[in-house]
Design a protein around this ligand. Structure first.
Ligand SMILES: *[C@@H]1O[C@H](CO)[C@@H](O)[C@H](O)[C@H]1NC(C)=O
Ligand SMILES: *[C@@H]1O[C@H](CO)[C@@H](O)[C@H](O)[C@H]1NC(C)=O
Length: 371
């Protein structure tokens, strides 16, 4: 009697004849290993369609056992999935209405006491694009990272595309995304460096050739924290000259900008102090002017700008320079016939290092200078 052995890999099956002798007392029996007739190739079904597989053994000594596996796990008969033995040599598996979770590899295993044979086929379930998470409005801060999600499922994996409008007033959609944006493999639109001009409506569309596809438009708000144009770190004026300091701020309104001197808010407290605020295209220009500067105007001036998204400040040191004051506490000690020791304490420098002192002395009617 002839039997056979199956050597199989994924796609090819080689069957070699083999006579398998099983010695049982007092009879000698020879069993035939089962062989499955290849059935359905891989298929793609829409949700709700019927899936039916019939597994038949072309040979094999009865009794034959049939087993169905999905992704290598044994299947049991349920209300949605029926497994029915048709006859000695065949079994049938029926799924009345396929759903996504039925996609996978189905294997029929036929066995008897001599051995077994299997056949596997794959089921793809076509699923129109659907939201795993619907895109939602996003707001981000200038210079920071932002992700616009377009999280869709479906089979085949949907292709995602993005379009946008410039700002909120235009209806015109453009597919050209600016250079600092990119679409990830998951269809999300991301940037590491949000810009002010990125605000607008963004539409994500996903298609996979099954059904209608999905589309959703969201709003991207860009928040602009204050930014202040740099100013010189030191400003020097001569006493009685006027001082002018500009604080040029851009950012979202409402924008609150103020000047402080040595930590104390400057209002128009004195007639010499004037603060004028000018509204500009992107923000505010706050000018501080001090007429007829005096010694006490020297100090650290800070401009502070605040809006809902942050606070920025810049500072500058103002030096009001003037001639130094006269030395104080002049004393002559150790007076000898040829030498004299003179001491004094320096006075106010006038905010500029004293370069030299000039010492004068008189002897009788003659005036001399010593430096
Ligand atoms: C089914 O088999 C195919 C081909 O061997 C493999 O690529 C796929 O990952 C399998 N699917 C599952 C769910 O195991
Ligand atoms: C203020 O700064 C903006 C840039 O942020 C610049 O375009 C504008 O000219 C500046 N205005 C003044 C008065 O300096």
């Amino acid at each position: 009697m002839m039997a056979s052995i199956t050597i199989s890999n994924d796609k090819q099956r080689i069957r070699r004849p083999l006579c398998l002798w099983i010695w049982l007392l007092p009879v000698v029996s020879c069993q035939v290993i089962p062989e499955v007739t290849p059935f359905l190739e891989d298929v793609r079904l829409h949700r709700g369609q019927r899936y039916q597989l019939t597994c038949s053994a072309s040979q094999g000594s009865p009794p034959l056992t049939f087993q169905w596996l999905k992704d290598r796990v044994a299947l049991r008969d349920t209300s949605q999935l029926t497994i029915r033995r048709l006859d000695v040599f065949s079994s049938m598996l029926v799924i009345e209405a396929v759903r996504e979770e039925y996609a996978g590899n189905y294997t029929c295993v036929v066995s008897n006491s001599a051995g077994e044979d299997t056949y596997t086929t794959q089921l793809h379930v076509l699923v129109p694009p659907r939201w795993i998470r619907e895109p939602y409005d996003v707001s981000g801060v200038v210079g920071q990272s932002v992700t616009l999600e377009c999280n869709v499922g479906g089979f085949p994996i949907p292709t995602v595309s993005w379009t946008r409008t410039q700002g909120f007033t235009s209806d015109e959609k453009t597919t050209v995304l600016r250079k600092h944006w990119r679409v990830t493999e998951y269809g999300d639109l991301i940037t590491r460096n949000l810009e002010k001009d990125d605000r607008g409506f963004y539409t994500c569309e996903a298609f996979n050739g099954v059904g209608e596809g999905v589309r959703k438009t969201i709003r991207l708000e860009v928040q602009v924290p204050p930014a202040i144009q740099p100013i010189p770190s030191v400003v020097t004026v001569t006493r009685e000259e006027s001082i002018r300091l500009m604080c040029n701020v851009t950012g979202d309104r409402p924008l609150i900008v103020s000047w402080k001197k040595d930590g104390i808010s400057l209002g128009s407290s004195s007639h010499r102090v004037q603060i004028s605020e000018l509204s500009t295209v992107g923000g505010v220009l706050l000018e501080l002017s001090l007429e007829e500067s005096t010694r006490t105007d020297s100090g650290v001036y800070t401009c502070i700008a605040t809006n809902n998204y942050g606070e920025r400040s810049i500072r500058t040191v103002v030096n009001v320079q003037e001639p130094p004051g006269p030395p104080e506490n002049l004393n002559a000690i150790n007076v000898w016939s040829r030498t004299i020791r003179v001491t004094w304490s320096p006075s106010y420098s006038g905010r500029s290092p004293v370069i030299r002192y000039i010492l004068q002395y008189w002897k009788e009617d003659v005036e001399r200078n010593v430096s």
